[in-house]
Design a protein around this ligand. Structure first.
Ligand SMILES: [Zn+2]
Length: 428
């Protein structure tokens, strides 16, 4: 049975128009501006879905998620987090390697892929993590082996830290996959942590998180990664930009060196630590309102090519700990698209830009074939959004396994009403 999604407002490839999309099985068969062809002309059995008043977008491609599986089922699993993803309009995810075992070998990649194959509702691929011990393997990898290489230049959840200058040079010289880097300078963070621990003990106020994980730590590491990529001609994608200052390192048009930012850096600022405390503790830290403003402008201009979530769930219990023991990271994937569409509605950037940064650019940057665009012959990864369906975020309607969201209490104007993954329809 074919499906004709009619009379939607299609947002795709910089344009926005009334039209219809014909889905045949797992694939988009046709995209029509204005009226679709009569059902009698399409051939075969055709079901019609009236999408008048709804936005029809390509499914979101989120290239930065931590689904915590294998290893941390109390925080999240492929089943639970992919369900939250699809509910939020995300149809493809790339999972980070700081799981248990860490994804730093082909065997661990295989193990994770097998779990995802069994439980993921979304399309997926997995990263391999760079460590001091696996650079021989990484030099041999092709895009068929892993989605990309994750480099932690500052330690975060799980310890895959690689910050030895010689090893970093080797990685950038030899790696043929895109290197996605978490850029925070470890020495600067350690120095800041010692200073604030001497002053406050373990109970450092959460509002000081951006002083410990400082803008200087971000800039120093990002500048180093960009310099290495330039020196060796490596393909570098800097994860989760959080500061205005780092933006000077990225020019529009540089296709070998790209950057992403995340919904929380575009939505929150350091003022929010007072109310949200540990819930907003993440690495890099959410910085000042001036950083947020600069990041928003960079998303609008294209200096930041992509938006990914860094979806990183922890339980509320874990977040009850004092500052030094409260884990960093927050769950975001169910709300990323509606949050960005709301910023578009506020005039921060356009809806077309949201689609470019969340759907098209990730496909282009990582060479994801036949996804990320609404085109005939492409996978039917699509999302329908009602732009006038206000809903309050509560713990009851939060699908992340950890059961909470930093957006709780907020009423979003946009609601995802249906998501198609490879033509399969999901409603939540
Ligand atoms: Zn991350």
């Amino acid at each position: 049975m074919k499906l004709l999604i009619c009379s939607a407002r299609i947002v795709n490839e910089g344009a926005s128009f009334e039209g219809s999309v014909l889905v045949d099985g797992e694939t988009i068969q046709g995209v029509y501006a204005g009226l679709p062809p009569p059902v009698s002309e399409i051939g075969g059995e055709v079901e019609t879905l009236n999408a008048a008043g709804l936005l029809l977008l390509p499914g979101v491609i989120d290239v930065h998620v931590h689904f915590r599986d294998p290893g941390f089922p109390h925080k999240g699993t492929w089943g639970s987090e992919s369900r939250a993803a699809v509910a939020g309009g995300v149809t493809f995810v790339a999972d980070m390697p700081n799981t248990l075992p860490p994804t730093t070998s082909l065997a661990a990649l295989q193990e994770k892929n097998a779990i995802a194959a069994q439980h993921s509702l979304a399309n997926y691929r997995c990263y391999i993590g760079a460590t001091a011990g696996n650079l021989d393997l990484i030099a041999k990898l092709t895009p068929n082996d892993a989605f990309a290489v994750k480099l932690f230049m500052g330690s975060s959840t799980g310890n895959l830290l690689l910050n030895d200058d010689k090893l970093l040079s080797r990685l950038f010289a030899e790696c043929r996959l895109p290197i996605v880097a978490h850029c925070e300078n470890e020495a600067i963070i350690r120095r800041n942590t010692e200073r604030y621990t001497a002053e406050y003990g373990a109970a450092i106020p959460f509002a000081l998180h951006p002083q410990l994980r400082s803008a200087e730590a971000c800039y120093t590491a990002t500048a180093q990664a960009v310099a290495l990529a330039q020196k060796y001609g490596a393909r570098l994608h800097v994860a989760h930009l959080s500061t205005a200052r780092e933006l000077a390192l990225f020019g529009a048009g540089a296709d070998k060196i790209t950057a992403e930012t995340c919904p929380h850096y575009l939505w929150f600022c350091d003022d929010d630590y007072a109310a949200k405390g540990a819930l907003l503790k993440c690495n890099p830290a959410v910085k000042a309102a001036s950083d947020r403003a600069a990041l928003r402008r960079a998303v609008a201009s294209g200096a930041i090519a992509a938006i990914a979530t860094d979806h990183a769930p922890h339980t509320l219990d874990e977040k009850q700990n004092a500052y030094l023991r409260a884990p960093s990271g927050l769950p975001l994937i169910q709300h990323s698209l509606v949050a960005m569409l709301e910023l578009a509605q506020q005039g921060v950037f356009s809806v077309e830009t949201v689609v470019e940064r969340m759907c098209h650019a990730p496909a282009r940057i990582f060479g994801i074939r036949s996804r990320g665009f609404i085109r005939a012959g492409y996978a039917a990864d699509l999302v329908l959004v009602n732009p006038r369906a206000p809903w309050l975020v509560t713990s009851e309607n939060t699908l992340h396994k950890c059961g909470w969201s930093a957006f709780a209490g907020h009423t979003f104007s946009h609601r995802v009403t249906r998501t198609f993954v490879n033509g399969k329809s999901f409603e939540f």
